[in-house]
Design a protein around this ligand. Structure first.
Ligand code: SF4
Length: 310
């Protein structure tokens, strides 16, 4: 599975920063949404022709796409920064024993989900044993130099609430994560990124089953802060799904809302001809996930964190 996102520097200036790619955002090793070789090669061509600065690779497990390493090498050879949104357990998959070494050798920045630093909470969300497996992956990455203060190999962790509350202060929670993971597990990381939950998929179903769906949206809307609008991720990235279709962000990809800058669905092949400067962005109620409280994006909180994850 492979979904790509490449970040645009700022649509207002027409520069391109990030292309986010590699499979569908809901993809995983056991799902059918796998970016095929022709689409992957179109991504490579796009990176050659357009001035993207960052390639953001996501999906359930983008590393399992047979073309993952070719794409990473290609992007790095072009001088792009590569972000791999890694689920950690993939590092122990059969046949992926050298994956961590590859990522380090390529200088990929890693962003890994770690929804809690306590095993019981973590496993309640992800399944029994996943916490220990994730720590094993983190130790492997630390041993390669990932997460070292001031080091060149960036390792960021992602926290998202287990319920329908907004994330707590990113700064305060990062301090807790840093203290507990180091003291109890000897693990280092660079930054903790807090993300609010998008009310779709399993979380959306849970909200519907508890009758809190509209209440959650109301809480997000009530917590909206205008200052977050300057840093929402759709201002600087284009999201690409496993078939090459374009979206304003990966949230919109999950909702099937196509890129607003094009009449009808836009594909990677349309991208060179698109005028993105000043183009509209497809927005709806789910956008309050990004603008509520301290803000939330693929790079964590927005207020006080304008540089994002990249
Ligand atoms: S969900 Fe809405 S506000 Fe957030 S990045 Fe996507 S389009 Fe922008």
């Amino acid at each position: 599975m492979l979904t790509v996102a490449a970040r645009q520097r700022q649509r207002q200036t027409g520069g391109l920063e990030l292309l986010q790619v590699l499979g569908g955002v809901a993809a995983g090793p056991n799902r059918p949404e796998v970016m095929d070789r022709p689409t992957l090669e179109r991504v490579m061509t796009t990176l050659e022709r357009l001035p993207f600065e960052t390639l953001d690779l996501t999906g359930g497990a983008p590393e399992l796409n047979p073309g993952f390493r070719d794409l990473v090498r290609h992007a790095r050879a072009l001088g792009l920064r590569v972000l791999d949104r890694c689920n950690l357990t993939v590092l122990a998959e059969p046949g992926q024993e050298d994956l961590a070494d590859f990522l380090a050798a390529q200088g990929c920045a890693l962003i890994a989900s770690l929804p809690c630093y306590r095993a019981d909470n973590f496993d309640a969300q992800r399944g029994r044993g996943v916490f220990d497996a994730s720590l094993t992956g983190l130790r492997r990455l630390n041993a390669l130099g990932y997460g070292a203060p001031g080091g060149g190999l960036l390792l960021d962790l992602i926290y998202n609430p287990q319920g329908s509350e907004l994330p707590p202060s990113q700064t305060a929670l990062e301090a807790d994560y840093r203290r507990v993971l180091l003291a109890e597990h000897g693990i280092r990381f660079n930054r903790l990124l807090t993300l609010a939950n998008l009310p779709i998929g399993r979380f959306g179903s849970a909200l519907l089953s508890t009758g809190d769906f509209h209440g959650y949206l109301d809480r997000l809307r009530a917590a909206h802060r205008m200052e977050n609008l300057a840093a929402v991720m759709c201002r600087e990235l284009i999201s690409v799904d496993w078939q090459g279709w374009l979206y304003d962000c990966d949230f919109n990809q999950q909702l099937g809302l196509p890129l607003a800058a094009h009449a009808g669905r836009a594909h990677l092949r349309d991208l060179p001809g698109l005028i993105l400067e000043g183009a509209p962005i497809a927005v709806a109620d789910h956008c309050y996930v990004c603008t509520a409280g301290q803000g939330s994006s693929c790079g964590g909180a927005l207020i006080g964190n304008r540089s994002g994850a990249a």
